[in-house]
Write a protein that binds this ligand. Structure first.
Ligand SMILES: [Zn+2]
Length: 194
């Protein structure tokens, strides 16, 4: 009787781990902020992406946006109603609006927005949007257990990655690290800079 629950949890963990790996990759490559997203259709991963705001100098290049763009391109359609999306952190209003427009019905996120706030990011999701989530008819939920913990740990660890890419970008004058911190402070509407 417990088997189906276990397998659903295992599936959630596997997909969240992939989104979390993407979040770390964003920092390691210096391409963006520590957020990742994975679009899944049936049992298959259609797109697995991270935030590329810095790489593309594009404030809308959040992980979810990038993953949805890639999924639409790969599937050759704009309607993703047969897909789900796993995001390493609770999606911001911009991403929720996009998710809704593609008709994705199920959103599973790892860290709560509050985890980003606790890590020092000026992040907020206005109450109006929480209400919007509810009314949108989307299933949106936080993943359970260890999968949520590995997602929340991203905010503790991403800035500590001592790899060469990070050192290079940090010493490059207008490095991504300072730029990213600036973006956090600048972001008014979206709050979460993913
Ligand atoms: Zn977003």
């Amino acid at each position: 009787m417990e088997a189906p629950q276990h397998s659903a949890q295992d599936r959630d963990y596997k997909l969240m781990k992939k989104a979390v790996d993407e979040a770390y990759r964003a920092v390691k490559t210096g391409e963006g902020a520590p957020f990742g997203a994975v679009v899944v259709r049936g049992g298959a991963v259609v797109a697995s992406c991270h935030n590329v705001m810095l790489k593309n100098t594009d404030p809308s290049a959040h992980a979810e946006v990038t993953a949805i763009r890639q999924a639409c391109k790969r599937l050759g359609k704009l309607d993703l109603s047969d897909c789900e999306i796993y995001a390493s952190c609770e999606p911001c209003p911009m991403c929720i609006a996009l998710i809704r427009s593609t008709k994705i019905k199920k959103v599973v996120f790892g860290a709560k927005a509050e985890a980003a706030v606790a890590a020092g990011y000026d992040a907020s999701i206005p109450d109006a949007f929480v209400e919007y989530y509810r009314k949108s008819g989307m299933e949106i939920r936080q993943v359970d257990g260890e999968a949520a913990r590995i997602a929340e740990r991203v905010f503790e660890k991403a800035w500590e990655i001592p790899d060469e890419a990070m050192q290079r970008s940090r010493t490059g004058g207008d490095g991504w690290f300072e730029k990213a911190k600036g973006m956090v402070k600048c972001s008014g509407f979206c709050g979460l800079w993913k």
